[in-house]
Design a protein around this ligand. Sequence first.
Ligand code: PA5
Length: 443
Amino acid sequence: SYINFDSSKLSKFVNKNELPEIQAMVNAANDELRKGTGAGSAFRDWLELPTQYDHEEVNRILQAAKKIQGDSKYLITIGIGGSYLGAQMAVNFLHHNFYERTNSTTQVEFVGNSLSSSYVNDLLNLVGDDDFSINMISKSGTTTEPAIAFRIFREKLVAKYGEKEANQRIYVTTDKAHGALRHEADVNGWESFIIPDGVGGRYSVLTPVGLLPIAVSGGDIKELLNGAADAQHQYTDPVLDHNDAYRYAALRNILYRKGFTTEILENYEPNLRMFAEWWKQLAGESEGKDNKGIYPSSANFTTDLHSFGQYIQEGLRNLFETVVKLDSPASDVTIPSADKDLDGLKYLEGKALDWVNTKAYEGVVLAHTDGGVPVMTVHIPDESEYSLGYLIYFFEIAIAISGYLNGINPFNQPGVEAYKTNMFGLLGKPGFEEIGKELNKRL
Ligand code: PA5
């Protein structure tokens, strides 16, 4: 496959017979997913999204992106959870590491993914008197964090441009028929894009949720979809020898049953940091329920080898690692020679920095394996939109299969409501008064 999945270092942890022996369960999980006989079957439309998306809508997204690039220095992208992580990880991955400081066209900024007043004020100040537009993204249209950010930035937009022009600078991504945002968009005539019913937040990066901000940042969204479409074709055969995504799912399930209950997603590239954040939602929200599931965490190497790398090497042995390794960075650097060898680096003179990075990766894989930590690697060839689309689909399908293998519904998230109920009670939201009284007694 285009992405190379390497599980060759697992022999110490997984016996040869184990993969064939789990094949029947993988077949069953595959049936649940493909035939819709599993729990949560209404949320499987991401499966065929890369080949069945609405072309007219994607063209509208490209036009909107062009307009925004022409009239705005900033696109204020508002959303939380599945309504921002995919866009932010893609913007970070596809561009220059110092994109924010070097980009001369529209900057895509994210807000509404926390309740931090400092963050909101800093962004208001950054925008200052410059031109901007807003992309408000919420499937339900009722999520508190983005709704508050939208009020604040909409007020600024109206103050700067007046109601009429402001309405032409607001782009809404939401449900086609339901929710407060849908209603507001219809009343105000905002340009709007649709999050399909059958695609949950964490599976929505290839819908307008991700596509508009990515397009505004200059990313080629058609190539992103092409990569995902090829992955969609690649990962259909449930036979583990033929399907890397399913093999990854099966192996992580085998490891989980042996007590490897925490997975660390790792990278050796700072522009993959947000990828891990996206993946943590995909994995954690899909699998952590019914009092079970692999705990998803992340590490950025070689940076974190100098911090909690110690824990990975010698701490509690419930960890396994999945590395996303970039094989060919967009550019390389040669380590220069020096007259004297005062820093002791003569042995590296003339060597490529990426070669050093790769040797570090190889050394870590062996050290961690020796230390009792299973390591798998997903190799991606380059930093292109095509590769990212492929990688997104690889993890999406792997996590869905993993969920069914572990006997849960991978597409619901009942647990995210508990904090909301408490927060609404404490904030005095109408309808939550009694809960608020009870909670206040406990504080
Ligand atoms: O995956 C999920 O369901 C959540 O992370 C949601 O995406 C998040 O809560 C935002 O929801 P909404 O898009 O309805 O504002």
